[in-house]
Design a binder for this molecule. Structure first.
Ligand code: HEC
Ligand code: HEC
Length: 293
């Protein structure tokens, strides 16, 4: 700019823009310190994007100078955690259940590790903390003392390992017939036997002939062979108690259960890839939640 114009009031150079004739724009430069900070941040940003991963080539991230990544950080942390846990997991894997019970440190470790396994694998069906399960859903509450396949620690380990009707070679299973579907019993007989079943826990079913129901339960259909004479359950493994007001499939669905039968499926956690140590740990966790025998 050859002919600089200086505003005589402020002593500042003008840009040459004018509005309405006399109104002139002053050329006030940004303060030096401000500009320096701006340049520093720009260079810092460029440097940072070179040192740490930032740019892409196609779909691939170009690694930074130090080869650092946040995923790598997580992996390192996980490796460290695994290395820390390895000796205790190895000990847990080798320990007999009696030894775990006797060793307070190992039990505590098993419960902690088991809680994690439970949270990852069991909550969806059995509920949080092992008792958030909806009554009648077909998913047993694992904190009560009502066990289908035994509540000793050894039993729980085995159930979790092989599963129930899971397709595992050693699966636990016990099949209750579909008395209505295969026409072993008439709808009226089913109603009567359902009334008898309810009477075992002091409840009633309007219109059911309890005496006739008892005859079916004890003789004609021999329900007692699996559920016990008084509905105490467990005459064969997997047959639920019928006299405790705890209903695996729901009190309102008893007629349904007798008509169509039930086939509750619990996955085999050996097949699903849990290690023996993890299975032991989650069994100890379930066992200590309250209902273990
Ligand atoms: C061969 C053994 C067997 C016989 C016989 C048998 N059941 Fe069952 N019953 C079972 C099994 C096993 C279950 C659980 C099925 C499951 O978990 O999928 C069951 C479940 C039930 C349930 C559901 C309980 C609940 O908590 O929701 C009722 C009710 C029931 N049986 C009633 C009867 C009646 C009534 C008879 C006779 C007409 C009978 N059962 C005969 C094995 C048997
Ligand atoms: C897909 C749903 C599902 C998942 C996930 C699941 N379970 Fe089960 N579990 C069941 C069902 C259904 C039964 C009852 C089967 C029957 O009707 O006999 C059962 C039964 C059991 C039993 C036997 C209870 C008894 O009274 O004997 C134990 C123990 C058990 N589960 C533990 C676990 C553990 C531990 C996990 C996680 C590692 C787990 N379950 C994950 C569905 C599931």
């Amino acid at each position: 700019m050859e002919n600089k114009e200086i505003d005589h009031i402020s002593g500042t150079e003008t840009t040459g823009h004018a509005w309405d004739g006399d109104l002139k724009e002053l050329n006030t430069p940004l303060p030096k310190w401000w500009l320096s900070v701006l340049w520093v941040t720009i260079f810092w940003g460029i440097g940072y994007s070179i040192v740490y991963p930032h740019w892409f080539r196609g779909n691939e991230v170009i690694k930074g100078v130090f080869d650092w990544s946040s995923r790598g950080d997580v992996e390192n942390a996980l490796d460290a955690a695994r290395a820390r846990l390895a000796p205790q997991l190895a000990k847990l894997e080798k320990a007999s259940l009696a030894e775990i019970k006797k060793d307070p440190d190992l039990s505590r470790f098993a419960v902690k590790a088991g809680e994690a396994v439970y949270g990852d694998n069991c909550v969806a069906c059995h509920g949080t903390g092992a008792n958030g399960v909806r009554p009648g859903s077909g998913y047993p509450n694992l904190t009560d003392s009502d066990w289908l396949y035994g509540g000793k620690l050894e039993d729980i380990v085995e159930t979790i390992r092989v599963g129930i009707r899971s397709g595992h070679d050693e699966e636990k299973t016990n099949t209750m017939a579909a008395y209505g579907d295969d026409e072993t019993l008439t709808p009226e007989q089913i109603k009567n036997v359902a009334g008898y079943v309810l009477s075992l826990s002091g409840e009633t079913l309007p219109g059911a002939d309890i005496k006739a129901g008892r005859q079916i339960y004890m003789e004609e259909a021999a329900c007692n062979a699996c559920h016990g004479d008084k509905g105490e359950g467990g005459a064969t493994p997997g047959a639920p108690r019928l006299n405790d007001r705890i209903w695996l499939f729901g009190k309102d669905r008893i007629i349904d259960t007798i008509t169509h039968g039930r086939r509750g499926v619990m996955p085999s956690w050996e097949k699903r890839g849990l290690t023996p140590a993890q299975i032991k740990a989650v069994a100890v966790y379930v066992y200590t939640r309250g209902g273990g025998q």
